[in-house]
Ligand binder design. Sequence first.
Ligand code: GLY
Length: 368
Amino acid sequence: MRSHDVVVVGGGVIGCSVAFALSRMGASVVVVERDRVGAHASRAAAGMLAPITESPDEGAGFQLGLESLDLFPSLIAEIRELSGIDPRYLESGLLRVGEADEVEPLRARAARLEAHGCRWLDGQEVREREPRLAPAIEGGLWSPREGHVDGFLLTRAYAGAAARRGARFQLGTTVSGLLWDKKRVRGVRTSAGEIAAADVVLCQGAWTGLAEEWGPLHLPIQPVKGQMISLEAPQPELPCVIWGAGTYLVPRDDSLRVGATVEHAGFDVRTTAAGIAALLAGATRVMPSLADCTFREAWAGLRPGTPDDLPLIGPLPGVSGLTLAAGHYRRGVLLSPLTGLAVADWILSGKLPAGLAACDPARFQKSG
Ligand code: GLY
């Protein structure tokens, strides 16, 4: 049996961020991944970094998103240097546009968020940024700190940087169970044998709930499907992320990513006529000239949803040697820097940042 300080189960953006943070702090880490690094939601993601626009309110999730966003510039510099992979992080700003019925709520939100650099732009001002907006758009909330990153390249950069710091990646290997010693987890059972470890971290994204079969664990994480499409980038390219009519538009190299549906459809990752039609309808409602762009491709990913849309980060009550870093729902890419650091701190020093109280896995544990 091989032995490591920490086994990270899952090689998506969260698992690779956790592996990087741990190996950077000197831990011996192995990542066990059934496919390849970043093969699922991390690859499907549009890579929007939108803690302000994507949060329904200014609660705990909003604060964590902002904290994680602040970590990006220095983190990207470090993992780019170590891995040689550029995750194409860009603080492009985000324009959340609205038609007549959205003007008042968006204007009020812009006023509340002034401290974060946000402001309301009227119809003329939004068209100074993007003249191709539909005539029905009456203004928008401008959020200058938000932006985007390539989720797949970010995952590979975390993995490459972790490998440079000594982490091992066991790809194409399925974890089938945990090794238990009473209420303590001592490692994992895999398709390639057992691996002993002082700590195991579960980061299997939308599949994390399936680990309930591995012991007395309550993991309320369900897949939430998101269909996406990409178009050939219109010329000139969009100057920033634009969000309106229930659709977001994220410029990426020579393409424009359009997302995303929100569907409770189990582990189904089919793209459907209805899904693609809804995305095209939203995109062209915001910017009618997109109807002329060449259609490139459609795909779907599975977000790890939780009952309160917040992740589970930390230990499970009554179980030692097991840490969760899962259930990030729509914000895995955004929250990956913060999650990696928090999990590494927890495992190596036994402390979790106070700000993560809302993500304590204990909140879902059944009493009695
Ligand atoms: N973060 C974008 C989405 O989940 O659709």
